[in-house]
Design a binder for this molecule. Sequence first.
Ligand code: SF4
Length: 463
Amino acid sequence: MKTLLLHIPQINNGKREIMVIPMGLFSIADYLYKNDIDVRILHYGIQKEIEESFDLNRFIKYNKYKLICLDIHWIKQAKQTIECIKFIKSNSPDIIIVVGGISASYFADELLKTIPEIDFVIRGEGEYPLLRLIKALESNRHSFQNIPNLSYRIEKNIKHNKVTFYTDAKFYEEISHSNFKLLINYDKYFNRLLYADFDTSKRFGIRDSYKNAFFYNPGKGCPYNCIYCGSHFYKKSYIKQKKGFYFFSLKKAISDICNSYSYRIDVLRISFDPDPERRYYIRLFNELPNSLKKKIRLIFDCFTLPSEAFVKSVTSHFRDDSTLIISMETGSDYVRGKINRPYFTNHELIQSLKKILKYPLNIHIFLSFGLPFERSEDFKKTLEILNTITRLKNIGITICPIIVDIGSQMYEFPSKYNVSILYNKFSNWALEEISDDRTYYKTTFLSEVDILNSIKSLRNSYE
Ligand code: SF4
């Protein structure tokens, strides 16, 4: 059955968001491919950039796709992805539409109840369930009850099969996250700027945007429980690991990184840092071939403060323009403790930054305001730490509101955290373009407007 994995970004008024294809789409494609399914990935936004007159409907018909699987991973994709699904179905009613990803998993029931154009939702990890679904459809038996993680309609009822398919390092051992040839126009995808979550252009005169980037996490899950993070719901329901996370084998991670480099991808963006000692990464970097030494720029999200051993390892294996990112969120040590972030104090952060600054490496800090338990008095603390970091020089800082994640503890138990969430249903999110400059919640102490105004003041004092 010819299968298309389709990624719809959020493109609105010239602003391009969610341009990065979730890693899972590449592993699903490779898994299907290795099981003899005729599969390709299409990035609708890139295709439209290459060819303004691109006609998705004609493309689907010409290529005789029978099943289209779309990711609704980030909630910001909701509106445009649903519009696209309706468009496809109105032109090709026989096409089978499957959706998956974190947001689709969370809202599976509502999606099937309210959007008749969606035939199936896969909850959690998708490789094996999608293969089983394709095989069931090909056999014309249309019996879905034994397909793990699958949600579907039987007449007017919604059926949610049990979640029994989980991935682990062993499952991924032979599956590639870098079989980029399965992505149509992969070269155009990589040689574009996809994502610039931080930008030091105003302060340092350099727009820190990067192309040729491999967004790659060598594992899944997270041991921490930041109250605004959607990994809470996902790992509870779909990552069956005692620790809440696992790393891929070193052999597999090295193979993915080397393979991506063979496509001339020379920026490695990692946002997966579950072990404060980072022994896995130190070994991984040591075992990368010498031919890659200092050829790749590493952009690494540190969940905890980096040790000197880790910094040394990064600087000896990666380019000098590599960047470590630290999200401290607030200037209040008390609030940082209450939001369950991997904990460090302001003092510990500053000591750590002073040490890192001795190495040829960039540092970028993320700060915010308006978290639960944060009061207007805490604004001063955030302003103070902002000024202290600014005085250290050459550290990039981004100040932005935190958007509450679907399935986070704050989203699921708002009263426990004294917040009100604006949108509870998928249909609320899918009605409008979701903005980066909003929070979609208010707290007992601060309205959404208060939060956004404070963010603006922090930005003004930094810029
Ligand atoms: S935000 Fe917190 S819980 Fe979520 S992935 Fe990062 S460290 Fe883990």
